[in-house]
Design a protein around this ligand. Structure first.
Ligand SMILES: C[S@@+](CC[C@H](N)C(=O)[O-])C[C@H]1O[C@@H](n2cnc3c(N)ncnc32)[C@H](O)[C@@H]1O
Length: 300
């Protein structure tokens, strides 16, 4: 399943550059959460976009069945939107990892702005309330010891991982026995049904998206389930929430029509301009059933 190649270093740098360049604009325009929103089970509830993003976090937590956590790893943390939310909600110690130094720095600033202490992971035991650490670390090879976290959260970062098996293996390694892993990620449709393998046109659609968002490739939720089981996760559950989140892209399009946002996109640079073009691919990808929003939870 791994597609690790000699170009991986370059690929990692591309992801880093993409988020280094675009994160400030994203925060200014869309806030601290760099993920879809939740528009009700039917996907038809209309609400404030930021509220929809917070609702997605809450709905995912409900689905994860995690009611308490002391130590949390946020894999692909962006500017710490979820990390700080979870640290505060559970009064937990949380580490956020990202490939982007700009994001790690901004996430640390945001922790200070919210009065959440910054603590090195090694000193978490000394923190008496919630505490966080943000660092630039590749999720495929982290410095954290085995069995470090009782909740591992990956919100829309799995699609960036060039080695899906390595990614889930690393999450499993770091999870404490009895802990929960929760992933929400972009997938393509299932292929082991009457719809059959991806058509050439569908492959072309995905290839364009990969280029624009710096994704190595995506897989189906069923494939993630197989990998998770092979890696050792137990109590596996999966769900497809495409319908619940799909409206997000319409919300993004509406806000991107603001002249200030358009100016910001052009100021941010070429990577961001290219990223904007991907919005149409996401919208049509969802409507033709090709792009799916997958959830997976597992225990150790
Ligand atoms: C779409 S953003 C999601 C950010 C955050 N989870 C949120 O919901 O606000 C994807 C994040 O995944 C991170 N990422 C991608 N590949 C990664 C890797 N190999 N290791 C660590 N982080 C990675 C990016 O740096 C970015 O922060």
């Amino acid at each position: 399943m791994s597609t690790s190649t000699a170009t991986e270093g370059t690929f990692t740098q591309k992801i880093q550059r993409f988020y280094d360049e675009s994160s400030r604009l994203w925060e200014r325009t869309w806030g601290e959460h760099m993920h879809h929103g939740y528009y009700g089970i039917s996907g038809r509830h209309r609400k404030n976009r930021r509220q929809a993003q917070i609702d997605l976090i809450e709905e995912l937590l409900r689905w994860s069945q995690v009611s308490a956590a002391d130590t949390i790893l946020d894999v692909g943390c962006g500017i710490g939107g979820s990390t700080l939310y979870l640290a505060d909600k559970y009064q937990a110690k949380a580490v956020g990892i990202t490939l982007s130094p700009v994001q790690a720095e901004r996430a640390s600033e945001r922790a200070a702005e919210q009065g959440i202490a910054l603590h090195a992971f090694e000193d978490f035991a000394d923190a008496d309330a919630s505490a966080v650490q943000f660092q630039v670390t590749d999720a495929l090879a982290t410095p954290f010891p085995d069995n470090s976290f009782d909740f591992i959260w990956s919100m829309e970062s799995g699609e960036h991982m060039p080695d899906k098996q390595g990614f889930l293996q690393e999450c499993y390694r770091q999870l404490k026995p009895g802990g929960t892993f929760l992933m929400a990620t972009w997938c393509h449709r299932e292929v082991d049904n009457l719809a059959g393998p991806l058509t050439n046109d569908e492959k072309l659609h995905l290839d364009r998206l990969y280029q624009l968002y710096h994704l190595p490739y995506v897989i189906s939720l069923g494939d993630y389930g197989d990998i998770a089981a092979n890696v050792g996760f137990t109590h596996l559950a999966m769900a497809d929430w495409s319908q619940q989140v799909e409206f997000f892209w319409q919300d993004v399009v509406n806000s991107a029509l603001d002249p200030k946002v358009i100016a910001g996109i052009f100021q941010a640079g070429t990577e961001t301009i290219r990223g904007t073009a991907a919005i149409a691919l996401m919208t049509t990808g969802f409507s033709r059933g090709l792009i799916r929003y997958g959830l997976l939870r597992g225990s150790k």
